[in-house]
Ligand binder design. Structure first.
Ligand code: MD3
Ligand code: FE
Length: 217
């Protein structure tokens, strides 16, 4: 076969990419367990429905959220915090399904963070137009622990900045099945999600789900 027929042949994209100091993307890492993850989220949302929380500034978030595990991230006019109870129902957040805890521990170890024991899972639901403005995750007590994030459904463009709000921001696509583990210096980097584009995902329809597994307490 003439060699030039293969002139454009490139190696496949690496499944594992270093995004920044301590931040590792594992592309498609959870594609084999999507049904179990969706069943877990469905159960969580039956006990603790998705809702649009209000920021301290009084704005309703475009992203709908719920939580599972002993600690749940909440925001209202009083501020951001982790709370043991769902303010909507007054009940404890639903237990963290084993599949989420075990998955987070396994992928954290693959990324170089053995012994990760999450006690909070924030579930974000995006519909077209929903976005998350540039922010830092700093409500966790010990920010030495990594955060594991799992993306499902419609793709999104993730913004990844630096320690300072004014640091340059890179745009990184996150697709169905991707996992990112954020530790080390990247743990405190600014980040956000650009407004979700219209679309229909074969499994999730016109939605994106993001699960972030955290050690909050
Ligand atoms: C980088 N969620 O819930 S996941 C969040 O897709 C959040 O819903 C986004 O930012 C989402 O706080 C992004 C990726 C992510 C999560 C936590 C991080 C990136 C991070 C913490 C520190 C640095
Ligand atoms: Fe965040």
């Amino acid at each position: 076969m003439p060699a030039d027929l293969l002139a454009g042949l490139e190696p496949p994209p690496p499944v594992r990419e270093e995004l920044g100091p301590g931040a590792v993307v594992l592309r498609g890492r959870v594609l084999g367990v999507v049904p179990a993850l969706l069943a877990a989220v469905e159960h969580v949302a039956e006990v603790a429905p998705f809702r649009h929380m209000v920021t301290p500034g009084g704005f309703e978030m475009s992203v709908a959220m719920t939580n599972c595990g002993p600690a749940g991230w909440v925001t209202d006019r009083a501020g951001y915090r982790y709370a043991a109870h769902d303010p909507m129902t007054g009940r404890p957040w639903p237990a963290m399904p084993d599949v989420l805890r075990d998955l987070a521990q396994a992928v954290a170890e693959e990324a170089g963070y053995p012994g990760f024991q999450p006690d909070a899972c924030l579930v974000n639901r995006y519909e077209p137009g929903a976005r998350l403005t540039l922010h830092q995750d700093r409500d966790e007590r010990d920010r030495g622990h990594p955060i594991v994030s799992v993306s499902l459904g419609l793709p999104a463009i993730f913004q990844f900045g630096g320690l300072k709000r004014t640091d340059p921001v890179r745009r990184i696509p996150l697709a169905h099945g991707d996992v990112v583990v954020w530790g080390g210096p990247s743990r405190l980097f600014h980040h956000g999600i650009l407004p979700l584009k219209e679309g229909t995902h074969p499994v999730l329809g016109a939605r994106r789900l993001n699960l972030t597994l955290r050690r909050a307490l």
